[in-house]
Design a protein. Structure first.
Length: 292
């Protein structure tokens, strides 16, 4: 009973926070440095709120000891935690069923990539610990790391009232997204064409602008810059995750070292692919302008 009360109170606080963030009146009293500081503060709060799934999931990642808990291996505990967080977000109506379908697609896409990258012939990275929920050498929780990115984009779209102008035609965006994903597999056999694909994406999204609202006024940013910045933060998170030994690259097996900066470009490209999937949700399409 006490647990249910605490959960209800937490949900009420979260709902109150969301209502506050989404209903800011015009602040004509703000100007200059005061306006910048206030918008920067609200931008940070909205970013943190959009990272709810990411934050809760990685809190579990960093708090569960490598030896596991209650006799349950760490990777299995992380799967239970991820499922519980996702179920709670649906129950709390923080995500819709349609959004859950998109996030599930990210999970499947990410897990398939993990299976390939950790296979015996590739070994791009490894999951060294034992788990009952490993499939083809990959713990099932791994797909949630990709799903977390999709959840962030969906939440940010709502909280920042995002709109996109001059978005490329959907079929072109889908083709680039497909090429990005395929290249993650084929570069082991026929060469890495990421920079050619990145050049195509640069041309495709060159005019695309994302409009967002940190406080009470619309602000603009080149969509490509958003992709690069999100990729940077994921690369930083990856460094933290490998430091805690969640997975390891070959150069980290003896002692930890920073993840190669080239992974930043990989993550930025993956963000383009993730963004493309999210952009095809019906309620989000209404906020996207595709030139005729």
């Amino acid at each position: 009973m006490a647990t249910q009360v605490l959960a209800a109170l937490s949900l009420l606080r979260l709902s109150a926070l969301d209502n506050h963030l989404l209903s800011q009146r015009t602040r004509s009293d703000l100007s200059g440095i005061a306006r910048f500081a206030m918008e920067f503060l609200y931008f940070g709060v909205k970013e943190a709120r959009a990272c709810l799934f990411v934050g809760l999931f990685f809190a579990a990642v960093f708090s569960v000891p490598r030896t596991g808990l209650w006799g349950i291996p760490r990777y299995d505990i992380l799967l239970i935690a991820a499922l519980a967080i996702q179920a709670w977000m649906i129950w709390a109506k923080l995500e819709t069923i349609d959004e859950l379908k998109a996030i599930t697609l990210f999970h499947v896409i990410g897990f398939a990539l993990e299976v390939f990258k950790t296979s015996n012939g590739i070994k791009s990275w490894t999951y060294p610990d034992f788990a009952y929920t490993k499939v083809f050498g990959v713990p099932l929780f791994a797909g949630f790391m990709y799903a977390a990115i999709g959840s962030y984009i969906i939440q940010a779209w709502r909280l920042f009232d995002l709109r996109v102008v001059h978005h490329p035609p959907y079929w072109m965006a889908a083709l680039i997204a497909l090429l990005i994903y395929v290249n993650f597999f084929t570069h082991h056999f026929i060469g890495d064409y990421r920079w050619y694909i990145a050049a195509c994406a640069l041309g495709l999204y060159a005019r695309s602008t994302v409009i967002f609202r940190p406080l009470d006024r619309d602000r603009k940013m080149p969509l490509l810059l958003a992709f690069v910045l999100i990729g940077l933060f994921i690369w930083l998170a990856e460094n933290i995750s490998t430091f805690f030994g969640i997975w390891k690259y070959p150069n980290q097996l003896g002692a930890w070292s920073t993840v190669h900066v080239g992974k930043w470009s990989s993550w930025s490209l993956l963000i383009i692919m993730t963004f493309t999937i999210v952009a095809n949700l019906k309620h989000i399409k209404e906020r996207i302008h595709v030139p005729a």
